[in-house]
Design a protein around this ligand. Structure first.
Ligand SMILES: C[S@@+](CC[C@H](N)C(=O)[O-])C[C@H]1O[C@@H](n2cnc3c(N)ncnc32)[C@H](O)[C@@H]1O
Length: 406
């Protein structure tokens, strides 16, 4: 047994250790986690690092590790330790042998579910944000499927929802006390972040029933209560409404009742067949002309960025057909498309996988009288997931969409 370094404890709150645990709980690829383990030990995975891994990851009692993932991680970890000439502690060997002996259940190959924890780690520059908890981290437990296509793709966490969540937590003043409605909500991560920063109302929606069931489970696992029906006014700030809302069949009068201040969406621009329906839904939700008579949205809010962020005084606007930014405009313009009304507005985070599909979205949006602004460069969120090496902020665009007055 290795022994000479066993007396020293690792500092749990040091960045390498925090990143190591967060990466493990988020089920980042084993190679990434092993490189964090090396960082924790100053380049080596000696006994104290192994004991740290054992205590804070492998032997945790609060989360149940997903057996195939843990087996693969342990295998790579043991090979790494042995090949650098160090001694592997008995507990790691024993656990690996145990997982080797488990036969993969049939369901693992199909639609098996597992839990992962997404930890938003707030760097020092965020500590005065209202979204930053005392613990300096926000942990969200999510049940996901091993099958990326399950629930019409809604039972997996897609990178755009990580980005949109970082955006919400980085600019909480945009969303706090606003009524927020999300389309294609998937696992529900964005809704959990909206509830965390105290949006006045959080309404999530999806067109797939199994995705909705999984979303509700996730919300409840994160101490939120759920409702399946629409309530005009939220009765409790911990309550999230989960609506079955396929874009194709969403009735206009149903959409008109919702009256959100902010519409959100992550990774919803990908299927050309669905785009006309998605754009119709956005146009109905964002067009409030004639709806202000009741005074509910007679708002005089100023652009929230004016209060805080000097860097966001301009935005780019897409050319409706080319998908390129063509001019710079003042950020306030985002909120000025309806004359003096700043709301409603939509924030849609998107990976552009296919430029033709994206241009099709822009053309449909233009036809529907929607302006689409690319605000990615001007409203950059903080990097709250520094350990998530498999996710790149730079692959995502943030669009700000509003209805243009006729
Ligand atoms: C790629 S996933 C993104 C999920 C989640 N927003 C995220 O980023 O992790 C697309 C989501 O949109 C939903 N969706 C796809 N087509 C839809 C439609 N026609 N009507 C309503 N929801 C739809 C899917 O069920 C799925 O949850």
């Amino acid at each position: 047994m290795a022994g000479e370094d066993s007396i020293q404890e690792l500092e749990l709150s040091s960045p390498p250790c925090l990143h190591f645990i967060a990466a493990f709980l988020a089920m980042e690829p084993p190679d990434i986690i092993i490189s964090f383990a090396r960082d924790c030990g100053g380049g080596k995975i000696l006994e104290r690092v192994q004991r740290f891994i054992w205590e804070h990851c492998i032997n945790r009692t609060d989360t149940k590790p997903f057996a195939p993932y843990l087996r693969s991680f342990l295998k790579k970890l043991i090979v790494e330790i042995e090949s650098s000439g160090e001694v592997v502690i008995d507990e790691l060997y024993e656990k690996y042998v145990y997982y080797m002996s488990l036969k993969d259940n049939e369901s693992v190959k199909g639609n098996a579910r597992f839990s992962k924890t997404i930890s938003f780690l707030f760097p020092r520059e965020c500590w005065d944000l209202s979204s930053c908890p005392k613990s300096r981290k926000l942990e969200v437990l999510l049940h996901c499927s091993v099958n990326m296509l399950e629930g019409d793709t809604g039972c997996t966490i897609w990178p755009s929802s990580l980005f949109l969540s970082e955006f919400i937590l980085s600019f909480p003043e945009v969303f706090t006390n606003k009524s927020c409605f999300e389309v294609g909500s998937g696992v529900g991560l964005v809704g959990i972040c909206l509830a965390h920063i105290k949006a006045s109302q959080v309404i999530l929606s999806d067109g797939d029933l199994s995705t909705l069931a999984n979303m509700r489970l996730n919300l409840e696992s994160n101490k939120l209560t759920t409702r399946n029906d629409f309530l005009e006014h939220a009765v409790d700030s911990n309550m999230v409404q989960c609506l079955h809302l396929p874009w194709e069949s969403a009735a206009e009068n149903e959409l008109l009742q919702i009256k959100p201040d902010i519409v959100l969406g992550a990774d919803v621009i990908y299927d050309p067949l669905c785009l006309p329906h998605l754009v119709r839904v956005l146009a109905v939700l964002l067009n409030r002309e004639g709806l202000y008579a009741d005074g509910r949205n007679d708002r005089s809010d100023v652009c929230p960025r004016n209060q805080k962020c000097a860097k966001s005084n301009t935005c780019c606007v897409f050319d409706g057909s080319l998908g390129k930014s063509t001019r710079n405009i003042d950020h306030n313009d985002v909120y000025m498309h309806n004359g003096l009304q700043r709301w409603p507005v939509a924030y849609i985070a998107s990976v552009i996988r296919n430029i033709d599909t994206f241009n099709c979205f822009l053309a449909l949006a233009e036809e529907a009288n929607l302006s689409v602004l690319d605000i990615t460069e001007k409203m950059k969120p903080f990097n709250l997931l520094p350990y998530a090496k498999s996710y790149q902020q730079s692959s995502i665009r943030m669009l700000c969409i509003s209805y243009l007055s006729k």
